[in-house]
Write a protein that binds this ligand. Structure first.
Ligand code: UT7
Length: 331
């Protein structure tokens, strides 16, 4: 069975930079509070009419160019997002159409901040089984249109941002390289600790004026509890994939954690005993882009030469669900 290799990566973030100072104009918050609690300095917000599929298209074009590939070489699309362009169909088909492709399958996964790792697990299985040879793996999110940018929603409005990251995956016969392990987990007992209660098909109608008046169409988070679980589960997930691959912490060259909060990344770093050059963070510039955060960070780290062929790279994520996971890749 072949392994799955990362052929190329790409990312796109909207041009509009929204600083913490700008947010002070919209709600009772401060640059100091946001930096101290989360490390975030600015984030990107899309423009009117721009969807997750538009951002993913640009990220894909960049990845294709880096790989010297044409779009029609892609034979499957797997998209992770919790902010689809429309309620249905999923973002995958819009991305497919915008890339000028037709009839290749488009999978849409959710899984929130762990979405990219769940999608990687699916794509990795497809490739190892020989079902597809060039999978476009996507994490794309537009949060700016779903936040309550006011005092009521300030606890989450300051944290999230927009962006897209992609990876093109394919089989390799090189036994030394590729995806070595992917593990995902979930615990639905904590579903309401970070969730959006509306719109909701469990209610009839699934969206009401009351929902909007009550500002239910936004993320609700029990921040401290999410934080506590994240800093436990993320290092645990890295240990799990290391054990599966028969490797040890000191062999890791780079950890790309989901960018939820710089303080979470710092604690994960401390718990794993990693030096500063072995963990990549960009939440300062983009905020939390949920499923897009790992592929954006990965793509940036590769572009900056911080990940080179042969390096051992680990991913870890934690988020709503609760869901979490880890992956290990010999680059
Ligand atoms: O992507 C994966 C999922 N997300 C995460 O992993 C996030 C995990 N949690 C966190 O990162 C942190 O819990 C937060 C950054 C969200 C919040 O930090 P915290 O230290 O847990 O703050 P807190 O929620 O306990 O709030 C402290 C105070 C409260 O005021 P009082 O009750 O002490 O008077 C809040 O009302 O800060 C207040 N507050 C704010 N103040 C200024 C909440 N949001 C804001 C704000 N600006 N934006």
């Amino acid at each position: 069975m072949p392994r799955t290799e990362f052929i190329s990566t790409g990312y796109y973030v909207p041009e509009r930079v929204v600083t913490n100072l700008e947010l002070e104009d919209y709600m009772d918050t401060s640059d100091d509070w946001i930096r101290k609690r989360s490390g975030i300095e600015e984030r990107r917000w899309c423009k009117e009419g721009q969807g997750g599929s538009d951002m993913a298209k640009v990220a894909t074009e960049r990845a294709l160019e880096k790989a010297g590939m044409e779009a029609d070489e892609i034979d499957c699309i797997v998209v992770a997002t919790i902010s689809p362009d429309y309620f249905f169909p999923g973002t995958g088909v819009f991305l497919q159409r915008k890339l000028g492709l037709s009839e290749i399958p488009c999978f849409d996964l959710r899984n929130q901040c762990s979405g990219f790792l769940y999608a990687l697990q699916v794509a990795d299985a497809f490739i190892r089984l020989g079902q597809y040879r060039r999978i476009l793996l996507v994490g794309t999110e537009i949060h700016s249109t779903g936040l309550q940018v006011n005092d009521v929603g300030r606890d989450t409005a300051v944290l999230f941002g927009d962006g897209a990251g992609v990876a093109i995956l394919g089989p390799t016969d090189d036994e030394e390289r590729g995806v070595l392990a992917v593990r995902t987990h979930a615990d639905g007992n904590f579903a309401e600790k970070l969730w959006a209660p509306a719109p909701a098909c469990i209610k009839n109608p699934f969206i009401s004026h009351q929902d909007i008046d009550d500002m239910l169409v936004r993320p609700f988070m029990t921040g401290k509890e999410v934080f506590r679980h994240a800093v436990t589960r993320m290092p645990e997930a890295i240990h799990e994939v290391l054990d599966e691959a028969g490797l040890t912490l000191d062999q890791i060259d780079m950890v790309i954690p989901h960018q939820a909060n710089l303080r979470i990344s710092e604690m994960v770093q401390r718990r794993l005993g990693l030096s500063d050059d072995k963990i990549y963070n960009n939440i300062m510039r983009y905020g939390n882009t949920t499923a897009a955060s790992i592929p954006i960070a990965l793509s940036e780290a590769v572009d900056e030469g911080k990940i080179e062929r042969g390096d051992l790279v680990a991913f870890t994520a934690f988020g709503s669900g609760f869901t979490w996971g880890g992956a290990l890749v010999r680059w």
